[in-house]
Design a protein around this ligand. Structure first.
Ligand SMILES: N[C@@H](CCC(=O)N[C@@H](CS)C(=O)NCC(=O)O)C(=O)O
Length: 318
């Protein structure tokens, strides 16, 4: 039998983040149910000292295979004022520990289902779904059109996506992403380092405003929501959109010509915001021709289109 006690003290500002990571481990443990393991985590009354008590019947560590445990341990050193110290121990006696050993999951944000409301064809809905996939967060998709009553109950302008998480309801893609990263800190989709965070925000802002407008609203929607005679696309609107379409594709091509992602080599929410838009561009003739000439942007798209988060969120074809 292996019995180990681990103690450490986290920075006050990171205590709730640490608690969320720990809750994530217990949530996954309940589902995985590895045999021969008894494991408890205690937070001391100072709110920053943690003690983990680990007992395994066999050698090895059944926690090591859990993605939630990997996420918990990945940056623990950076969260700590006093780093983890492990001590082996021998149990002399125990009484009535069974019920107390059971994790209390009722307050865990992981056990409250995440619901994304919005049609899967929406590039913004897909971006939020990609973030959930990258963060390994299970979610339910409710494929609602904009302006339906359930959407309007959350977004006063009726736009999708909106998010429901228990009593919490949030509108606007960037606000949803902020909530997800704060509530589930594993695999942040907005980097923590100030410089990388700011450059990610810079791209999110540009994509959500100017780039989405030029590529999706003014160009692609002229095809998908046609307003021309006999339900045909409005050719005049399409022609009028082409100069800005080309200008924005040029900007994006330059942005990824020297790096793997929009922000250095880290796949952030800026990329998750952009990839669904590029997918739409490759469905339409003028933008497909422009993409073919934008070599760096095409290579960027092809590189990231293989990611499970992108493949698992493909909208239905039609
Ligand atoms: N600023 C919003 C934009 C979302 C948006 O434009 N969604 C589209 C679907 S891709 C929509 O709901 N359109 C309906 C409308 O604008 O009334 C966000 O970032 O979430």
């Amino acid at each position: 039998m292996r019995q180990v006690l681990v103690r450490y003290k986290v920075k006050a500002a990171r205590a709730s983040e640490n608690e969320t990571f720990v809750r994530g481990v217990f949530e996954q443990l309940v589902r995985a149910s590895p045999p021969g393991l008894r494991y408890r985590t205690l937070m001391l009354e100072d709110g920053v000292s943690f003690v983990h008590i680990f007992e395994a019947d066999a050698d090895g560590n059944p926690l090591a295979d859990l993605s939630a445990f990997k996420a918990f341990t990945a940056e623990i050193g950076q969260r700590c004022d006093e780093p983890p110290v492990s001590t082996a121990f021998t149990q002399i006696g125990a009484y009535g520990t069974g019920a107390a050993d059971r994790p209390r999951l009722d307050r865990s944000p992981m056990v409250i289902p995440l619901e994304i409301l919005g049609i899967p064809q929406s590039n913004f809905v897909r971006a939020v779904r990609m973030a959930c996939e990258e963060k390994a967060l299970p979610y339910d998709l409710k494929p609602l059109m904009p302006h339906t009553p359930e959407v309007l109950a959350i977004h006063p302008l009726g736009k999708v996506p909106v998010l429901r998480h228990g009593d919490v309801a949030i509108a606007e893609t960037r606000a949803i992403i902020g909530y997800l990263d704060a509530t589930f800190p594993q695999t942040p989709v907005i980097p923590k380092a100030p410089d990388a965070a700011a450059r990610t925000e810079q791209w999110i802002s540009m994509i959500t405003t100017s780039i989405d407008r030029a590529l999706v609203r003014d160009y692609a929607l002229a095809y998908f929501l046609p307003t021309g005679p006999d339900g045909a696309p409005d050719r005049q609107a399409i022609e009028a959109a082409l100069p800005e379409l080309q200008a924005k594709i040029d900007v994006l091509d330059a942005a990824v010509s020297g790096s793997d992602c929009l922000v250095d080599d880290t796949f952030t929410f800026a990329d998750m915001n952009l990839m669904p838009i590029l997918h739409v561009m490759l469905l339409l003739p003028e933008s497909t021709a422009m993409m073919a000439k934008a070599k760096a942007l095409t290579a960027y798209y092809e590189r990231h289109a293989t990611r499970p988060s992108f493949r698992n969120t493909a909208p239905p074809a039609n």
